[in-house]
Design a protein around this ligand. Structure first.
Ligand code: RB5
Length: 143
């Protein structure tokens, strides 16, 4: 069971809504930080809601969805301590955790279908960071 903070903008609202139910059905502790409707909204503010929550809850992981995943990843990666990975394949999702210790997966609703998105999130949540030389490398990010 993972603790998950998830948010989207309007461009990612449908995929976010799908993933919230998918992850709840799997028994995860899902915190939906919005939006609650598909009205136009600004993705940096939604990214900030998730990154703020993650900085207070080190054991949690984040999911951010916009149209492409690009804006969410740019916004989230501006925050020290956040390692957000824009993923389009299960290979990305696996290595984002194993080698990069990513704590946020970013997805694009206009790019990625629901089935692949669900599989990527499953892989992201179930893959452990390998540490070792990879820890040395991620520790160099903020130097
Ligand atoms: C919204 O139209 C779109 O720009 C946004 O969802 C995202 O793709 C930005 O990176």
């Amino acid at each position: 069971m993972s603790i998950i903070y998830i948010a989207s903008d309007h461009g990612g609202f449908n995929l976010k809504t799908f993933l919230v139910q998918y992850l709840k059905d799997k028994g995860h502790d899902v915190h939906d930080l919005g939006p609650s409707d598909p009205a136009s909204c600004d993705y940096p503010l939604k990214a900030q809601a998730v990154t703020d929550a993650l900085l207070k809850d080190e054991n949690a992981l984040g999911v951010l969805v916009c149209g492409t995943g690009i804006g969410m990843s740019m916004a989230a990666n501006r925050v020290p301590g956040i390692r957000a990975a824009l993923c389009t394949t299960e290979f990305h999702a696996s290595y984002a955790r194993a080698h990069n210790n990513a704590n946020v997966i970013c997805l694009g609703e206009r790019v990625t279908g629901q089935g692949l998105a669900a599989s990527m999130v499953d892989v992201f949540l179930s893959t452990a960071f390998e540490g070792g030389r990879h820890l040395r490398r991620i520790n160099l990010f903020n130097k």
